[in-house]
Design a protein around this ligand. Structure first.
Ligand SMILES: CSC[C@@H](O)[C@@H](O)C(=O)COP(=O)(O)O
Length: 366
C-alpha cells in the first residue's frame, strides 16, 4: 500500500535479516511510526499489545518471531529455542488462527534442515514465504471478490456500490492489500464506483482509526459510521453488500471476527443484503467443526472504559469515559454462523460457507 506515495508492506526484515520492521498501529492515524523487533520477546509483545494486529499480519509476525528466536539460540539449543518461542508466540493472542498456523509451518519446515545453521536459514526463508504468500493470496482473493462487486454495479447500471465493512481487515491487518479491502481495491482499479461504510468498531476503534485512514490513503470514498448505524442504513437501502474479514473460520464455514460482526450479519440477513467474508486459506481452522469451539479472546475492560485520541497540543492521550469503578466486559470477537454467510472469498475463488464446498475447493485438507 502507498503511504504518501511510498509503497510499504506492514512487516519486513532488514537487509541483514537481524531486525524485523513493523508499523506501530497503536499510533495510527495520527503518527506513522516504524518500530524494530530484535528478539522473539519483542515479537510477542508486538502481537499481544497490538502494535501489530489482524489475522495475516499476526501470522507473519509469528513467522518472523520464530526467525528471531532461532537467530538468538545458543549453539546446540536451536530446537529448544524454537519450541519455547513457538509456544509463547502461540499464547500471545488466542483467536487468530494464522498465529498457530505460522508457528507450525516454521517448525515443520525446520525439520528439513541438516544442521543448526541450515535450519536457521530454512526458518528465515519460511518466514519470508509466509509474508510473501499472505500478500499474494490477498491480491488473488481481491480479484475474485471484485467480480461480485462488478455484478452488483452492473445490476445498478453502473451506480455506486455501497459496501459496509467492520473493523480493519485491510492492508494493516495483513502484509499487503488486506482481505475485506482487497476486492474493493481491485474493483476501484477496474473502474467500478465504490463507496465504503466504515464501522468505527468500539472499543479499539480499528474502523475509525485504521480502515478509514487506509481507504483515504488509497483515495477510496468512505464514510465513518457508529457501530449501531449499520442496521438502519440497511433498512434505508443504503448498503449493497457487506464484506468483512475473519480471524478464524471453521472448515464448516462458521466465522470468528471482531465483536459486532454477528449483529451485522443478522441485519444483512433480515434485509436480504449479501454478507461476504474474505480470507486467505491460512485462516481456515481444519480441526474445529463448530464455531462455538473457537477460543474467544477477552481483553481488558479498560479498553471499554477509556478512549484515546489526539489532543489540541498534538499528543496522543487516553481519557476516562466512565465513572470511576465502572465494570466493563470486553469480548474481542464473536461467531457468525455459516447460515448467515453468503459466501467466502478466498484466493482460489468464492465458495459457499459449508463443509462440502470448502473441502471441494481445498481438497488437500480432506
Ligand atoms: C483480518 S482480521 C479480521 C478483522 O476483521 C478483525 O477481526 C481484526 O482486525 C482482528 O482483530 P484485532 O483485534 O484488531 O487483531
Amino acid at each position: 500500500m502507498n503511504i504518501k506515495n511510498q509503497h510499504y508492506r506492514t512487516i519486513w526484515p532488514t537487509d541483514d535479516s537481524n531486525t524485523i520492521m513493523i508499523i506501530d498501529q497503536r499510533k495510527l492515524p495520527h503518527q506513522f511510526i516504524i518500530e524494530s523487533l530484535c528478539t522473539v520477546d519483542d515479537a510477542i509483545t508486538a502481537i499481544r499489545d497490538m502494535h501489530v494486529r489482524g489475522a495475516g499480519l499476526i501470522g507473519a509476525t509469528a513467522g518472523f518471531g520464530m526467525h528471531l528466536a532461532a537467530a538468538q539460540a545458543r549453539p546446540g539449543q536451536l530446537a529448544n529455542a524454537l519450541a519455547d518461542g513457538g509456544q509463547r508466540l502461540d499464547k500471545s493472542r488466542p483467536t487468530a488462527r494464522n498465529l498457530k498456523w505460522a508457528v507450525d509451518r516454521v517448525l515443520k519446515a525446520a525439520e528439513q534442515g541438516t544442521d543448526e545453521e541450515d535450519k536457521k536459514r530454512i526458518v528465515f526463508e519460511t518466514a519470508c514465504e509466509i509474508a510473501d504468500e499472505d500478500a499474494a493470496f490477498c491480491k488473488a482473493l481481491g480479484q475474485h471478490g471484485s467480480g461480485i462487486i462488478r455484478d452488483i454495479s452492473t445490476a445498478k447500471s453502473g451506480g455506486t456500490v455501497n459496501i459496509l465493512t467492520h473493523c480493519n481487515a485491510g492492508w494493516l491487518a495483513f502484509v499487503d492489500y488486506g482481505s475485506a479491502t482487497a476486492p474493493i481495491y481491485a474493483a476501484r482499479d477496474a473502474g467500478i464506483d465504490v463507496h465504503v461504510w466504515v464501522d468505527e468498531t468500539r472499543p479499539w476503534n480499528q474502523g475509525a482509526k485504521l480502515t478509514a485512514w487506509e481507504l483515504q490513503q488509497e483515495g477510496i470514498p468512505c464514510t465513518l459510521i457508529t457501530d449501531n448505524a449499520g442496521g438502519h442504513l440497511m433498512q434505508q437501502k443504503m448498503v449493497d453488500m457487506v464484506i468483512v474479514g475473519t480471524d478464524r473460520t471453521t472448515h464448516t464455514g462458521d466465522v470468528a471476527n471482531k465483536i459486532g460482526t454477528y449483529l451485522k450479519a443478522l441485519a444483512a440477513h433480515d434485509n436480504n443484503i449479501p454478507f461476504y467474508v474474505a480470507l486467505p486459506s491460512s485462516t481456515f481452522d481444519w480441526n474445529i467443526s463448530n464455531g462455538s469451539d473457537i477460543p474467544i479472546e477477552e481483553r481488558s475492560g479498560d479498553e471499554v472504559t477509556t478512549i484515546s485520541g489526539l489532543t489540541d497540543n498534538g499528543r496522543i492521550e487516553t481519557v476516562q469515559l466512565t465513572a470511576p469503578g465502572t465494570r466493563a466486559l470486553n469480548y474481542s470477537f464473536d461467531i457468525t454462523p455459516a447460515r448467515l454467510v453468503t459466501g467466502l472469498i478466498t484466493e482460489r475463488g468464492v465458495v459457499a460457507a459449508n463443509k462440502e464446498a470448502i473441502h471441494k475447493l481445498f481438497p488437500e485438507h480432506s
